[in-house]
Design a protein around this ligand. Structure first.
Ligand SMILES: Cc1ncc(COP(=O)(O)O)c(C=O)c1O
Length: 393
């Protein structure tokens, strides 16, 4: 047993309908969807670490919830976490608080690009990247990933050409990459960083999945590559995925460049993005300080789910697993079934009972694929796989 207090039982079935959880909400599952395998929204079905829940309980019992500063220990805990886990000597002075990660992407776009400018994304990629770009009146510029022998790679030649266009000012990097599960290597990130720096394209790196990696694949924080890389980057960090606390945490903007940081800070102030939520603060502090053993247990359990998925899919014709190196999301290739994207969505929902995320939501390149969240109980995943096996003739 790994240390600290009570161990989480990852097999425990928790009825997420007891709270308005999005994953099982009619808004997401649609009409008549309540019995579907709810595997769309990217959170875990597990209880958060006991250390986090205990810290929140203590804060609750304090009983006074007036205005608060950031707890003294929070930034040091985040810096220690990054140093010990990922070898990144993150400078505390470079950190700003943010409500959430997408807010960081949106503010970065509004501050450092103009309306009509291009923001490069690498599809298939997290669908909200598209929304943030478009809702901020910027243009989505696609540098599609290349699928080679079951593994996605970046198209550096095309990236160089896109970055060289002076109308393209920013790149949204997904590191690690939702939905294809790549944990970008140091070399890949350096190549990307070199291209962007050469052409004055600012890298905005969404690293929300950074801690969620499988054995043998280490996440490299973009700004740990070196000072030159960090100077041309805005990094978004959050413990939301790592500790399953998306509904009760906030995020961190890391900006090494002093001028940009000041501009960002001023914008946070203008937007009054400067309130601290006491529960978010204590949850994040406890998670970074004491949540490591829980995360290790969670990743062991999820790796077990991945093994089950891999084994079962090997016996089902027409579905290929794109092996994830990180994230608790599996990207499945159904193209061999020969269905249109709409037929596939209907088939998965009506025949297999799966409410997963349609591949086309991640860009045109996702047609024929689906993203399934495997951070659920083993029993639930087993049942879902039985249903899929029965549905595919
Ligand atoms: C890559 C990525 N970025 C951002 C988010 C959302 O982050 P937040 O809720 O902090 O805005 C998600 C959630 O699924 C995600 O997968």
């Amino acid at each position: 047993m790994t240390e600290n207090s009570v161990r989480t039982d990852f097999d425990e079935e928790i009825d997420r309908r007891e709270v308005p959880a999005l994953k099982v909400h009619p808004m997401v599952l649609g009409e008549g969807g309540k019995d579907l395998f709810a595997a769309g929204v990217a959170d875990m079905d597990f209880k958060a670490p006991q250390v986090v829940r205990d810290a929140m309980q203590v804060r609750l019992d304090h009983g006074v919830f007036g205005y608060e500063a950031v707890p003294e220990g929070l930034y040091p805990a985040l810096c220690e976490w990054q140093k010990n886990r990922h070898g990144w000597a993150l400078d505390q002075a470079h950190i700003l608080r943010a409500p959430n990660v997408l807010n960081i992407l949106a503010i970065a776009a509004s501050l450092f690009t103009e309306a009509g400018d291009g923001i490069i994304v690498q599809p298939p990629v997290f669908f909200d990247f598209y929304d943030v770009v478009q809702e901020n009146k910027r243009r989505v510029v696609e540098n599609p990933l290349i699928l080679q022998d079951g593994r996605y790679c970046m198209d550096f030649d095309n990236l160089e050409a896109l970055a060289a266009n002076p109308r393209n000012k920013m790149l949204y990097l997904c590191n690690p990459h939702n939905p294809v599960g790549r944990v970008w290597t140091r070399d890949e990130l350096m190549r990307l960083g070199d291209i962007c720096a050469r052409h004055g394209v600012l890298v905005v790196s969404d690293e929300i999945h950074g801690d969620v990696t499988f054995a043998g694949h280490d996440y490299t924080p973009f700004s740990s590559l070196g000072a030159d890389y960090a100077q041309n980057a805005i990094v978004a960090l959050s413990p939301a995925k790592s500790f399953n606390i998306a509904a009760c945490c906030s995020a961190f903007t890391v900006i090494a460049d002093e001028e940009k940081r000041k501009v960002f800070q001023a914008e946070n102030s203008r937007l009054t993005v400067n309130k601290n939520n006491s529960f978010a603060s204590v949850a994040m502090l406890a998670a970074y300080r004491d949540g490591g053993p829980w995360l290790a247990d969670a990743m062991t359990y999820i790796a077990g789910n991945l093994a089950l998925l891999r084994d079962r899919l090997a016996g089902i014709d027409g579905v290929e697993l794109i092996e994830p190196e990180g994230t608790f999301l599996a990207w499945l290739d159904f193209r061999a079934l020969g269905m249109t994207p709409d037929e596939l969505t209907t088939f998965l929902r009506q025949k297999a009972g799966w409410a997963v995320t349609r591949g086309q939501a991640f860009g045109k390149q996702g047609e024929g694929f689906a993203r399934v969240n495997i951070a659920c109980t083993r029993a639930r995943l087993e049942k879902a796989l039985d249903q899929l096996a029965a549905a595919i003739p």
